[in-house]
Design a protein around this ligand. Sequence first.
Ligand code: ADP
Length: 299
Amino acid sequence: MILIAIIVVLLQVLTVTAFLWQRRCRRLAEEEAARRLADLARAGRFALAGELSASIAHEVGQPLGAILSNAAAAGMMFDNCPETGELHLILADIRRDALRANQVVQGLRTLLQKHLPTLAMLDLNATFHESLNLISLEARRRRVIIEPHLTAANARVLGDRVQLQQVLLNLAINAMDAMDDTPAPDRVISVSTRVVRHGYELVVSDRGHGIPADAGERLFDSLYTTKPYGMGLGLSIVRTIVEVHGGRVSAASREGGGSVFTVLLPSVEQQARARPDSEYRPSAIASMSHQVATQGGIP
Ligand code: ADP
């Protein structure tokens, strides 16, 4: 009898301990997920600000340049007319103010684009897996099925984990947006990685409305949007991040309807070959690989 009582008590203690342990593990996992989301949100804000300032600098830079050259041309026309002294002063004011405006815009752009990538040796599949975990709730809310095929073997690149996750996040959110009017059972996004010559490809395809017919070259330009509340910055951020990593991104129509976005990322060896003078140089990569090995694994 006493033995049974002891066994029951022990079982109860074991059950309670397992329950507490499970709760602790869940809390830690939730904290980790929240931290990663916050990292992504912060990186997203930097990317948005950087892209927007680059676009403003580009848009405002052109008319400012025109103002400056017109003021210079007018100055030359009046050079030989002694009675236009007042006009000369006005033109000098115009030039000074236009130059000042240009400096302000360029300064803002430099300030907002200072967020350099933090390079680390990454397992591409694990990196993208994490992004998919982060958007799984949103996908469920929108009744979208995400089919991952993250199977590229030994897919290692030197890159910024948060920035590369941002790439997949932006493409996946766009894919979901494009399928707003697609019947629920067909709302499927396929996300795959594959090995290609010199690197790896991330392919995101959806069954949405497809690439807008009028998009053409502008698809990846900042401020191009067809959405009522769109900002037109998601794809230009994708392009900027991919190009910083030495890759490229393209879009095409999917057979059977929808779109396919393909991101090509160079392998570590290809990155070193393409940019021997940068952080991608072989000695830097070797030291990073060593750090990763001694710290026990790929982040
Ligand atoms: P936004 O989402 O704010 O519109 P983006 O730069 O992310 O900005 O996208 C620009 C435009 O590209 C979108 O408005 C849409 O017209 C088109 N687009 C992006 N992704 C897709 C997709 N998966 N399918 C169809 N069109 C897309």
